[in-house]
Every structure is written in C-alpha cells, then in structure tokens.
Design a protein around this ligand. Structure first.
Ligand code: AR6
Length: 176
C-alpha cells in the first residue's frame, strides 16, 4: 500500500489549527503561562484551566491530555519541555521525551492528526537548531511505526523558526 503518512512544517498560529490534537508547550504546573500556553488557554476558554487544575501538574518530558473546548482541535496534549540550562542537565533527552510521550499519548487515544509548536525554544531558551533536529528525528521515527497517528504538523510562529525546522527536515531526509 502507498505510504500516506506525512510530516508538514507550516507557518501559523497553533490555536487556529484543526487537528485531532494540538500540543501545548506548558510548564510543570499545567496552570497556564505566557507564549503558546497563554494563547491556547485564551482561545480554549476557562474550561481548559478548570480541567488542568484536576491533573496535579506534569513532570518535564511527560504529557497529559485534556479536551480542546473552544479550540478547533478536539484535544490538547500538554507537555512541559525542559528549560535550557547550558546542555548538561539532560535537556536533549527531556525534549525528545516531550515529543515522544505526546505522540504516544495521541497514539494510545487513537488520534490521527497532531500539531506541535516549537517546544522549549521560546522563554525556555533551548537552542533552535538543536531543538529542531531533535523534534524532526523523534517525529519522523515515530511516524515510521505508528498505526493511528498519520499526520504530524510542526506549526511555526515565525519565519526563523520555520526555516530551522525545514533545514532539520532536509538534513534528516539526507541521512535516513
Ligand atoms: N502558535 C504557535 N507557536 C506559538 C504561538 C502560537 N499561537 N505563540 C508562541 N508560539 P514558548 P517554551 C511559539 O515561550 O519555550 C509559557 O509561559 C514561540 O514563538 O511559548 O516551551 C509556559 O507556561 C516559540 O517558537 O514555550 C512555560 O512556562 C514556541 O512557540 C514556558 O512558557 C515556544 O515558545 C514554556 O516555554
């Protein structure tokens, strides 16, 4: 059968994306914040925070799911990425865990389409090129063996971020 799975890199606002789930670059409290987290909570409405309060937070690199409420996406997968502390505090492994555990959760719930923001590259200051390589490698490797998840989008909020992910995807194709 023809391979129909796809990985897409787009420029845009993840709160407007109509995938089965969007991923939130959250913090360990899961009680909201700035950046993409703030935008997702604003667009979803106060019911999202109400459900998040019941989750009792989430460790860095793990993932928890809620409904999407007023968002076009049905679900939100919340994952706290690592704060960059120079690279010697397992940041790369923890960022990989955030992508991997978000995708596993989507797969376990039978979801077909998932959209990610660029986790940890905003106020958490993970270096963009390194973060993009980790994201692309983890997502593309996952898609090779997933049953339910068919389509993954990387939703980049600015051109510089989009270019970094496109470069990482080109590199990944050339080595895999
Ligand atoms: N759609 C897509 N991407 C967005 C959007 C949007 N609407 N808004 C911002 N971005 P950040 P982090 C991009 O700082 O580094 C929060 O306070 C943004 O340009 O949101 O993981 C949480 O509560 C950047 O490329 O997340 C945590 O405390 C990317 O999303 C902390 O920030 C991630 O930037 C998490 O920091």
């Amino acid at each position: 059968m023809m391979e129909m799975k796809s990985f897409k890199i787009v420029l845009g606002d993840i709160t407007k994306v109509k995938t089965d789930a969007i991923v939130n670059a959250a913090n360990t409290t899961l009680l909201g914040g700035g950046g993409v987290d703030g935008a997702i909570h604003r667009a979803a409405g106060p019911e999202l925070l109400e459900e998040c309060r019941k989750l009792n937070g989430c460790p860095t690199g793990e993932a928890k799911m809620t409904k999407g409420y007023r968002l076009p996406a049905k679900y939100v997968i919340h994952t706290p990425g690592p704060v960059w502390q120079g690279g010697g505090h397992h940041e790369a492994e923890l960022l990989e865990n955030s992508y991997q555990n978000s995708l596993r959760l989507a797969e376990s719930k039978g979801l077909r389409t998932v959209a990610f923001p660029s986790i940890s590259t905003g106020v958490y200051h993970f270096p963009l090129d390194a973060a993009a390589r980790i994201a692309v490698r983890t997502i593309c490797t996952f898609l090779e063996t997933s049953d339910s998840v068919q389509e993954v989008w990387m939703v980049c909020f600015d051109e510089r971020t989009k270019q970094a992910y496109e470069k990482a995807a080109t590199e990944w194709k050339s080595i895999s």
